[in-house]
Design a protein around this ligand. Structure first.
Ligand code: PBG
Length: 324
């Protein structure tokens, strides 16, 4: 019989020793909860592919942020759904638009909640692309000018951090310039630096009513086959002044997350996207997976791979679970 000399099982014998050797800890402070705010009054539309999530009008949003703050969530990211969409996404450029209204109301109700805004046009354009179209494609440099206007709306109305998600070339530099030019040097940029053209965004497009009306996003979001390209994309954003780097989606792209964290060493975020959430919910509803266990394991895996913070639709349930 072979008797091993070194026995890793020695350090797994009971919960006390497992607690002592644990390398990764998930806390409520790692989490950012995405919220969808829609124009109108007294609207609370369930999002069918994202159980537990709703399109909320500002009045319901206020109730929600008070509740989550009391539950111990300290950060959110806001997405707006306007009542009127047009070819350039004008609602996003106005201090009376949906995000501007939501920001003022949230900051008034819970001043210390850390509010991040998604900076993009796909929820605001009638064609569903992330900037104005010229020919058959998004016009990059015109989009940069509009992004500069959009972030100033967010900054003026109280955003703590802005998160450009459109994968336009030069977006971080353009946004930094706009913010600094108006005295918002203190507002950090979380760049969706390596964002893939992913099928996992399906449920989000129902939630945000932002599915492209023609074509897809492959001329601006990244090809899932590429990894070195992600490093080049991230390097550009670092040069342009990104404060936080995001990789998106999360679980199918843990290799990218690991490379980004290891190579750049900046604060790194991962977005556990709508499809990742929906898969776990659906399997759990069928009794095929243990919901809480898989939820926590998925987030732990994302953190272990290098995320300092995680955007996740599970944030509320995780906080409750960590408490119990
Ligand atoms: C674009 C944006 C998207 C998501 C976040 N920001 C969708 C897209 O690129 O089509 C997806 C998030 C998710 O699936 O949860 N503004």
């Amino acid at each position: 019989m072979y008797t091993p000399y070194y026995r890793p099982r020695r350090l797994r014998r009971n919960p006390r020793i497992r607690n002592l050797v644990r390398e990764t800890v998930l806390t409520r402070h790692d989490l950012i909860l995405p919220l969808f705010v829609i124009a109108g009054k007294d609207v609370k539309n369930p999002i069918s592919s994202m159980p537990g999530h709703y399109q909320l009008s500002v009045d319901h949003l206020i109730t929600e942020v008070k509740e989550i703050w009391d539950r111990g969530i300290q950060a959110v990211i806001l997405f707006g759904i306007p009542d009127h969409k047009d070819s350039r996404g004008s609602d996003a450029l106005s201090d009376s638009g949906i995000i501007a209204q939501a920001l003022r109301a949230v900051k008034d109700a819970v001043p210390d909640l850390y509010v991040i805004t998604d900076v993009c046009f796909c929820e605001y354009t009638d064609h569903g692309h992330c900037g104005p179209i010229s020919g058959n494609d998004v016009d990059n440099d015109t989009t940069l000018e509009l992004l500069q206007q959009q972030v100033l709306v967010h900054a003026r109305n109280g955003a703590d951090m802005v998160a450009p998600s459109g994968m336009m070339d030069g977006m971080v530099g353009a946004i930094r310039e706009a913010l600094d030019g108006e005295g918002y040097q203190h507002i950090p940029i979380m760049s969706y630096a390596a964002k893939y053209a992913s099928g996992f965004y399906g449920p989000f497009r129902e939630a945000a009513e932002s599915a492209p009306q023609f074509g897809d996003r492959s001329t601006y979001q990244m090809d899932p086959a590429n990894s070195d390209e992600a490093i080049r994309e991230v390097a550009l954003d670092v040069d342009e002044g990104a404060d936080v780097l995001m990789v998106k989606p999360a679980m199918p792209y843990l290799d990218i997350l690991y490379r980004v964290k290891t190579q750049f060493g900046l604060p790194t975020a991962a977005y556990q996207v709508s499809g990742e959430y929906a898969m776990i919910k659906a399997a759990a509803r069928n009794g095929w997976l243990d919901h809480d266990r898989v939820m926590l394991e998925s987030l732990m895996a994302i953190k272990r791979a290098g995320a300092d913070m995680i955007l996740t639709y599970f944030a509320k349930e995780v906080v409750d679970k960590l408490d119990s």
